[in-house]
Design a binder for this molecule. Structure first.
Ligand code: HEM
Length: 415
């Protein structure tokens, strides 16, 4: 499963993420030799690569010392300069601010706007709808001729779930899909926008502005309306904050889940004994989904900035230093997992870091779990046999990604 061929700087190279065996070989070597190396790669601001589960947890939970502002991701300096030039020389994007850019009490107040909505209790009313959508999208395989790119189904389902919650009609979903990929996975040549990620973001801004204005005039019971009409200290959110909220839910809320669906499907196809085990005992589904999340970890990293000088894992970190939290690395840490490179659907405990941890832990984690469980449950109910029909392809990108092309051959059960 692992190849030990890449230098540590390759963690910044988008192409590294198209080859999971090489990525995991690199991360495993870093964990067991120098688990917190200082990486100085050409065209990148230097950063500490945090590879161990325990160190990621410590940093994320100590959010006063390790903050999200001012940097959320490690991207090429040339890319950042281009983005800055495009926004008139400003370091931050003037028209957009969201949860991942905030810290402390401010972050808490903004997160509280939707926190209850995204708890298992808050989402309970939606489960029926999510199950119906899983039925509808798996049902589409019935109409195909027994061979498809599974990514088409796996991309469309979470997109519909989240866009319904944001009040986006089905006919605009292809546009939203494109704009999300052009902002979140903009390193991949297939997803590059003319005018760059910023142009895609501005197009999304204009789109959501209209929805926000409509909901302010005519509020309803939806999540979109809760966000559009939220007030902090009695004031409606500023334009850039309300757009930031829509933007992060729209972007973080579907292709992450989709990459867990495609990557999970690939793991099942490569480990048919585990698929058979799940078919034989569907009660294992919640555990199986945790293993899929650990295995796929679609968010490849987030970044923190140290506020004061400190020591982590014996290294002297200076105020202002950047730390890259490698979620795929933490989720395969051999100090936490027995046989980390074995896909085992009954793994327990399984405290993976696919959703991060601490105050910024994924807001949509329970929604994503419901989606994954409903989808794979429906798949097992409807599909008799499924196998790989070609070479899968992975997203070229060091931030968010996974399997983007997954040709499969299958037969449906007779209803
Ligand atoms: C398999 C699917 C998903 C994965 C792997 C994932 C992963 C993550 C990760 C790693 C973070 C950062 C956590 C940290 O800094 O500690 C995050 C944050 C976030 N996620 Fe997800 N996510 C998924 C699905 C979703 C969905 C469905 C939503 C829909 C609402 C969502 C909304 C968010 C938001 C709003 C944040 C920012 C939270 C904050 O900064 O307070 N995610 N997610």
């Amino acid at each position: 499963m692992v190849k030990n061929t890449l230098p540590a700087e390759a963690i910044t190279d988008p192409r590294t993420f198209t080859d999971p065996a090489a990525l995991h070989g690199l991360l495993a070597r870093i964990r067991t030799t120098d688990p917190l190396p200082y990486i100085q790669a050409e065209d990148y601001a230097p950063f500490w690569l945090v590879s161990r589960h325990a160190d990621i947890m410590e940093i994320e939970r100590n959010a006063e010392q390790f903050i999200n502002a001012p940097r959320q991701a490690i991207l090429p300096i040339s890319y950042e300069l281009k983005a800055r030039a495009a926004s008139g020389g400003q370091e931050t994007i003037s028209y957009m601010r969201n949860l991942i850019m905030m810290d402390g009490d401010e972050h808490k107040s903004y997160r509280n706007i939707t926190q209850t909505y995204f708890t298992p209790k808050g989402l309970a009313g939606l489960i029926g709808d999510i199950e119906a959508l899983a039925k509808e999208f798996i049902g589409r395989m019935d109409g195909a001729d027994g061979e498809i790119d599974f990514a088409d189904v796996a991309m469309a389902f979470p997109l519909r779930v989240i866009m319904t919650m944001l009040g986006v009609p089905a006919e605009d979903e292809p546009l939203m899909m494109r704009l999300t990929q052009q902002t979140l996975s903009s390193q991949d040549p297939e997803f590059q926008a003319e005018g760059g990620a910023r142009k895609a973001m501005l197009q999304m801004y204009d789109y959501f502005k209209k929805i926000i204005n409509d909901l302010r005039e005519t509020p309803n019971e939806t999540l979109a309306s809760v966000v559009a009409n939220a007030r902090i200290d009695g004031e409606l959110l500023a334009d850039r904050d309300v757009f930031g909220y829509f933007n992060i839910i729209a972007t973080a809320g579907h292709d992450t889940t989709s990459y867990s669906l495609t990557g999970g499907m690939l793991a099942f196809l490569q480990n048919p004994d585990q698929l058979a085990k799940l078919r034989a005992d569907p009660a294992l589904m919640p555990l199986a989904v945790e293993e899929v999340l650990r295995w796929t970890a679609p968010v490849k990293h987030f970044c923190r900035t140290a506020v004061r000088d400190c020591t982590v894992a014996g290294k002297q970190i200076k105020a202002g230093d950047y730390l890259l939290l490698s979620f795929p690395s933490g989720s395969f840490d051999e100090k936490v997992y027995e046989d980390p490179f074995t896909f085992r659907i009954d793994r327990k405990p399984n405290r993976h870091l696919a959703f991060g941890t601490g105050p910024h832990v994924c807001l949509g984690q329970y929604l994503a779990r419901f989606e994954l469980q409903s989808f794979f449950r429906e798949l097992l109910d409807r599909v008799e046999h499924i196998e790989l029909a070609g070479e899968p392809r992975f997203v070229e990108g060091s931030f968010v990604g996974g399997v983007k092309y997954l040709p499969v051959r299958y037969t449906m059960k007779q209803q």
